[in-house]
Design a protein around this ligand. Sequence first.
Ligand code: ADE
Length: 231
Amino acid sequence: MRIDIITIFPKMFAAVLNESIIKRAQNKGKVKIYVHNLRDYTLDKHKKVDDRPFGGGSGMVMQPEPIFRAVEDLKSKASKSKTRVILLSPQGKRLNQKIAKSLAKSQHLILICGHYEGIDERIRQYLVDEEVSIGDYVLTGGELPAMVMADCIVRLIPGVLGDRNSLNFESFAGNLLEYPQYTRPANYRKMKVPAILLSGNHQKIADWRKKEALKITKKKRPDLWRMKWTR
Ligand code: ADE
């Protein structure tokens, strides 16, 4: 998979992309991630990417020219792949595990980080395939959402996480939250680990975990719990 990120703040990405699993995935050749400075695609000498809104109003609007040029250039660089162009914006459909799974099957993603009061509507209309939000709150820009998205997609690429089980049993895998986990010591300040987990009986442990996952989901995320029974 190839992920191209278009941003006016390329330096924001280094820490996230060069650590942990996302870094290992790149080193293993599972994904190539490139961060591009939108200003490199401007044609004027001031490298301007925004302008005042037609019709008046406060704030600035991202101009179509640099973003169209960037996307066209990056599409041509991965011309053999099917590209999905994604705009990160609070207006998009809300990211969830199902969307992440679908995106993880892509060959080529271009993520556009929106800014200012907004972007010229023609970008949305003629250039972008999907608009995605990471939640119902407004951030200062699309950079953190692009990192969130890259992170949750990359870990779903086959071979990125060592242990296959960690994908199958994690939260949301079957629309259930994860069961409680414990590690040593079995008795910490008189707080004890449930005895069943120390029993060595794998079937009983599996049954207990399923039951706990259902209980936790019903309590913390009744919306997910209902989906479990209506699917
Ligand atoms: N840009 C600003 N807020 C955002 C959000 N919640 N999701 C995606 N992009 C954004």
